[in-house]
Structure formats: structure tokens, C-alpha cells
Design a protein around this ligand. Sequence first.
Ligand code: RNT
Ligand code: ZN
Length: 419
Amino acid sequence: MNEQIKQSYDLAVAQYATIGVDVNKALELLDKLPISLHCWQADDVTGFENPDGNLTGGIQTTGNYPGKARSINEVRADIDKAMELIPGNHRVNIHAFYGDFGGKFVDRNEIEPKHFQSWIDWAKEKNYKLDFNCTCFSHDKSADGLTLSHPNPEIRAFWVDHVIRSRKIAEEMGKQLGSKCMHNIWIPDGSKDVTVNRLQYRKNLKESLDKIFEYKTNDDYMLDCIESKLFGIGAESYTVGSHEFYMGYGVRNNIIVTLDGGHFHPTEIISDKISSLLLFLPEVMLHVTRGVRWDSDHVVTLNEEIVAIAQEIVRADAVDKVHIGLDYFDASINRIGAYVVGVRATQKALLQALLEPIVKLREFEGNGQNFERMALLEEAKSMPWGAIFNYYCASKGVIVGDAYIADIQKYEQDITSKR
Ligand code: RNT
Ligand code: ZN
């Protein structure tokens, strides 16, 4: 290892020791924290069911930066490239419309585990674990913006069938890979303008979910999650699956709630929701993203909220209970770069949180010494965690610091720019 990286690390370790923090322990924990990389950043949420299909459901990618992945192999190659630049062992999150359909049209109510076997084989080979999502958007039967809450029982049944099939696929992924697959349900259902039958759509959704969960999966292989939202593009006035809806449903039925950082009012943060949910549910799923004004899906950067999320996970002693997945899509910049920036930012936030002088902070708080708590929190922000992160990357054989920019540029020159 580069001498400078090692020396900076040694100095940082000594400095952390003065505030009672064990750096080795923090790194051991960080190394066990998987982040789930969302496959849909690689191809702007297009999927492989219909490569010419339009993205619908109130979500949108903007930008047409060259190099979008056009096939399953390209998505996998790009994720492999991103993983190379990220320390630790991570997960890949797949959507149902990314199945390996062999050029044939396979509708959502026809998908089976066999369509995902090549994903499982790839994951096995690369030592990734998989997460999964039903895809209830970008489809004829969601064209009017409704799926599981649709007034037409036949359309509801179609989507119920799709979600149950997706849960079975998740179960198979978890079974073959020996790691619980998180299956997330997000639906776009909502409406652009004032809606008068708000209760009825929610009743429909509740009934659909009840049917979906009648099929019991094996908890050792997969866990269900349900994700709320405040509004979507073209669905500004009403969202059937609101936060209250899913929190109520999740708590009553013991189903994990997914908190997406971009799905709340602009000043509302998810970091403060973690400790509440964990009192009523055994685990929490996060969709880590960066909301910017109306958009909920910007690339994660090391901002105050991502640090606060990480701190809440660590402070609540919940590293084993909170699942971290990324969820953003940016088509305006190098897409592999978008993965690497987002994962590294999340890991840096987690590292900062793991390096907190928590014993001393709790002592100050317990004594009502609030100035002291504030001052130590401020000092912690400029402690040399960057030197620790660099060392962590180097110790895992991963490119340190901004040198990954040139590496991604090279991949762009050799591969993505030729697409
Ligand atoms: C949409 C939700 C959802 C999707 C993905 C593609 O607002 O956040 O999680 O982004 O499932
Ligand atoms: Zn999400």
C-alpha cells in the first residue's frame, strides 16, 4: 500500500483514539454493510421487456448522455465496472422487466424464476447478492395510472398475479444465493387532479395487498417491503399508496416499510423516521436518493441528510435491521460514474457515523450538557475520516480518491462511448 495512505491512516487512528473511537472496529462494521445497487441506473429504467418502451408511472429520467446500456450483458458489465470501484461486497437490485426473455415478449403475468436464472448465475459468479422488485409501471395495463388500486377487478387481478410471481422469483433468488432477497412493492397509482374517491382506491389497494400476501413466502429466502410516495409527475394531487397508508398496512401486517428519501415533502427527512419505524417493525428498507425540488431521484452525494440517515442507523444500533438500497436515475452524466459517486457517498456517510464518539456524546446528552454535545458533534465533522476511507479502499484493492474519475473516463473511451 502507498506509504502516504498508510501514514495518514496511522495519524488518523491516533487522533480518533483521543476521542475514544476505535477505528478498526468501525472499519470492520463498514465492511459488512452491503449496499444494493439498482440495475436501473445503467439503462435509464428501460428494462428488457420492450427496449423501445416508454418509462411511465410518474417517474422520469432526463438527459441523453451517451453510453446507456442496451442489453442485459451491457447492464451487467457496467455494474461489474462500478463494483470494481467500490470497496466491500454488495448487492444488485433488479426489476421484473429486466428478465432474460430471450427476445420473446413475456408479459408481466407470465414471468417465472427461469427468466431470472442468468441474473442469479451472474450474481453467484461475482459474489453479489440480489434484491428484486415487481414492475407495476411502463405497461398497457398501467396506462391510466392505476394498477393494484384499479377500479376494474380484472386489471387488479393482473397486477396481483404479477406481484405474487415477482415474490416467488425473489424467493428463488434468495434461496439460490443464500441471502434474503428484499422484494419491494412500489406502484405508481395516483392522479393528476382532485380525486373524490380517495377512500375507494385505497380500499382496492388494501384488498389487492391482502391477496398478494395470502401467498406465504419463506422468510429465510425473501422479505417483503412496501414503498410509499407523496406524488409523481402527472400524479400531483393524489397518491393511493401514501406514507400513512403503508405505515398502517405494514405495522398491522408486520411487513417492512420502505422509506425513499425523495418521497416526502421537500423539508421532510427520512432519517428521523427510522427510529420510530423500528419500534413497530423488525426491519426497515431504505431507498437512498437525493430529492431536488420536485425531483426525487438525483444521484446521492455526501450531504447532510445522507449523513443523518447513517447516523440514525448506527445510533439506533440498527446496522443489521436497516437495508440500504440506492434509487436514482440520472441520464445526463456518465452512468457508471453515477453509481460510484452514490455508493461511495453512502459509504462515507456510514463511515462518519461509525466513527462518532458516541459514548462521550451520550454522556453529554445525559447530563444535559448541550453545548458540549454540540461542540463535539461539530469537531467530529472535521476529524480525518477521509484518511480512513482512503485506507479502506486501498486495503480492499480499490482505487483511492479521485483517481477513479480517470478510470471511468477510460471505460467510457473504450466501451460506453462506442455504444
Ligand atoms: C418510484 C420509486 C421506485 C422506483 C423504482 C424503479 O418513485 O422510488 O422505487 O424508483 O422501483
Ligand atoms: Zn424508491
